[in-house]
Design a protein around this ligand. Sequence first.
Ligand SMILES: *[C@@H]1O[C@H](CO)[C@@H](O)[C@H](O)[C@H]1NC(C)=O
Ligand SMILES: *[C@@H]1O[C@H](CO)[C@@H](O)[C@H](O)[C@H]1NC(C)=O
Ligand SMILES: *[C@@H]1O[C@H](CO)[C@@H](O)[C@H](O)[C@H]1NC(C)=O
Ligand SMILES: *[C@@H]1O[C@H](CO)[C@@H](O)[C@H](O)[C@H]1NC(C)=O
Ligand SMILES: *[C@@H]1O[C@H](CO)[C@@H](O)[C@H](O)[C@H]1NC(C)=O
Ligand SMILES: *[C@@H]1O[C@H](CO)[C@@H](O)[C@H](O)[C@H]1NC(C)=O
Ligand SMILES: *[C@@H]1O[C@H](CO)[C@@H](O)[C@H](O)[C@H]1NC(C)=O
Ligand SMILES: *[C@@H]1O[C@H](CO)[C@@H](O)[C@H](O)[C@H]1NC(C)=O
Length: 794
Amino acid sequence: MAPQFFFFFFLLVPSHLSLAQTKYTNITTGTTLTPLRKPTSWPSPSGDFAFGFLPHPANASLSLLAVWFEKMDNKTIVWCANGDRPVAADGSKLTLKPDGQLSLTDPSGREIWNPGASGAAHAAAVLDTGNLVLSAADSRVLWQSFDHPTDTILPGQTLQQGAQVFARLADADYARGRFVLALLGNGNLAMFPVAYPMPTHYPEAYWDSDTSGTGAFQLIYNESGSIDLSHNSTLLSVISTAVPGDHYHRATLDSDGIFRQYAFPKNEPGTGDWMVNQALAKDICSKLLSVSGSGACGFNSYCTMGPDERVACLCPPNYSFVDDGRKYLGCKPNFVAQSCEPGGEASFDFQVVAYLDWPWSDAESFSSMNEIECRANCLKDCFCAAAIYNNGSCWKKKYPLSNGRFGNDVSRHALVKYSTRSTSARPDQGGRRPDSRVWAVGASSFLAGSAALNLALLAACLLVSRSKRRRLVGTSRGVAGPSLCSFTYRELETATEGFSEELGRGAFGTVYKGALAAPDHEVLPIAVKKLECVHDDELEAAEKDFMNEIRTIGMTHHKNLVRLLGFCKEGTRRLLVYEFMSNGSLHKFLFGGPVPPGWSRRVEIALGVARGLAYLHEECRTQIIHCDIKPHNVLVDDGLAARISDFGMAKLLRLEQTRTSTGIRGTVGYFAPEWFKSSAITAKVDVYSFGVLLLEIVFCRRNLDWGYDLESETRPTLTDRAKECCRTGRLNELLGEEDEEAKKDGMRLERFVMVGLSCVQEEPWMRPNMKKVVQMLEGSTEVDVPPNMYSLTM
Ligand SMILES: *[C@@H]1O[C@H](CO)[C@@H](O)[C@H](O)[C@H]1NC(C)=O
Ligand SMILES: *[C@@H]1O[C@H](CO)[C@@H](O)[C@H](O)[C@H]1NC(C)=O
Ligand SMILES: *[C@@H]1O[C@H](CO)[C@@H](O)[C@H](O)[C@H]1NC(C)=O
Ligand SMILES: *[C@@H]1O[C@H](CO)[C@@H](O)[C@H](O)[C@H]1NC(C)=O
Ligand SMILES: *[C@@H]1O[C@H](CO)[C@@H](O)[C@H](O)[C@H]1NC(C)=O
Ligand SMILES: *[C@@H]1O[C@H](CO)[C@@H](O)[C@H](O)[C@H]1NC(C)=O
Ligand SMILES: *[C@@H]1O[C@H](CO)[C@@H](O)[C@H](O)[C@H]1NC(C)=O
Ligand SMILES: *[C@@H]1O[C@H](CO)[C@@H](O)[C@H](O)[C@H]1NC(C)=O
């Protein structure tokens, strides 16, 4: 074939295109174009546009027949003939046949596309506007791509009433997609979701120009780049204005359903990029609420705005995309559906995603229900896929979940049901992190006798979201909230009978006893801590920190920590809801009773506190320095195990863990010397306090209670006495008369005392870390004998 056909002619185009008398080229009858042999495209006279074959962006062995911006490195397709039916690059061809038909055929010769022009074309050409035109011998326009837009309109293009612009299916898939922009008979320009894969659209528009009844029947993208609605050239409404400067322009209904007007600086074709000048229907996530259909994203997924101002469709935790490359197909659960047999809920639980709602797909809804009841209700119901909770209202959702939306303005949160089965650690075996459910059995005797439901319910509320913060790019608020129950103030007021029974008062607030009603008329005893110190001016800044710290505290799982069950954040009110520890504080336990607890019990308690602290310092995701370890802050549960409370408070209340802004924290008798110095505050302050506490546990004596000479500056502390007795090898002197059990366990007694003394060393770096402390107490590691303690043989 001759390499080129140069054939210049004049084509008269409709005057509103203002292109009359433009000189351009060149496709004459008999011309053939193929995807692999050059030329694979024809340029417009200026070279701004080209028409021809482009490799399919998702599969280079396929070809698209298209019109695109030619001068930029990334060819931007503005019109596509065969988006739904890409052809094999090898063997397909486009021919302007001698009979005047333009025809795209695949390698087998089957016709894939034909413009269906109204007569025999004499020539075809792509104009400098990007319009592909077929003209007759008398220069009449027989067909033009501007009358058959795909997803993009260009300056110079006019849409008439009835015209439709379909979004493409995905960025790299030019098939007709899930949204349509239509100029309606009533003069409204509107965008609708499409009942993909059917071409029909749902009746509810998610955006419209609000020009119905104005008689608008043309959408004009004028050459200066302004998009207007007009009535017979009378301007009615400016849809989008031009961007100043020398730019290429286009407006595209993008695959995410947002209609964007783009500009590209002409003087930097290589390095420039399309900038969004204006976007219509940016709020598609909240505005697209189709009664039928899945919404802006696929079924079981949810919609939110990414940082690039594009719609992001995401799967809830424990769900994944049906097809990662085609997210619009929605998400499927990663687990086997819940059995409807009794007990089917046993291995099911919830992941909490704050600010997420599926406003449609209700199965049932309830008002005046607390979150625990809401969870239990959905858990028991094998048809309940998720529950949405907010301020006493509970909505149970059924499959498929539709119109999902995540955003700061969604006041509800979603409890997404999932099966715990598919994890590697089986729920009935304590792994590195003990399973709360197992723990709940051991520690919560109030549940004894109550049904498995209660257990599941408690566990459901207790289990902290193990979800990683999911990468929702850009949004500052965490996607996955803590799996903690959020309560309203009123709920807690009711639960505590108006904050009537005070359990204790501490530096951070007052603790009240309460009870939550659980289904089956069981009650769950709780301790509610009302925090003080939220100042209005700090509220906003404190708000985010509060949630972050709550999340950190909520993530802790250890049998020697008091479990945070939930919280309330309403106005300036901040309350924390903990499980209730029936046996009170270690202070009361050690010093409050007529007879001190037995030695073996004390050993267990000491080990428990050490393990809990080691977990806070070294094992949980974010290191937590307690800063105020003392017997009042260790509680004793029904199983008489030690449970550290009040951890995380320092940061929660924005008291920095460095002394610079807060001065000394901690309690006289327990705080480490570095609080008085300028050295850094590290986890070693807790080691010091633990050392004091350990000696108190061992001897059942208060550190500062030793001797009653309040006047004397030099009254010895328990620590001093222990050091002294240690040197002289007369430890038994410090034990109570009746403490026979301890006296008989001399080796362990010495070991514990040595550990305690090594913890209270002046220099933080000399103190062991808590992991080492645990090992030394357990006897699995030699004790580092503190200096000057040589008289003891270990
Ligand atoms: C079309 O005509 C232009 C000149 O206007 C020329 O540069 C180009 O090579 C021609 N293309 C073909 C395929 O004939
Ligand atoms: C690309 O398309 C060809 C032809 O349809 C197909 O055989 C091939 O599997 C596709 N490749 C990819 C990576 O999808
Ligand atoms: C395009 O439209 C804008 C706003 O309607 C108008 O100001 C401008 O003059 C128009 N430009 C052309 C070339 O028609
Ligand atoms: C638009 O204007 C032309 C001439 O100005 C007129 O012939 C035509 O009927 C008008 N069309 C409508 C729909 O008003
Ligand atoms: C071209 O497109 C690729 C992939 O979409 C993108 O990574 C790249 O930044 C684009 N280049 C320019 C200059 O826009
Ligand atoms: C929660 O609901 C109660 C009554 O049901 C209402 O008085 C209160 O204002 C609501 N609180 C919020 C934050 O919506
Ligand atoms: C559920 O999702 C969370 C967070 O995405 C993940 O950590 C956990 O392993 C998942 N559980 C199961 C059983 O798949
Ligand atoms: C601890 O709690 C249990 C059960 O509530 C109770 O029987 C026991 O007397 C309590 N022990 C102490 C030391 O308070």
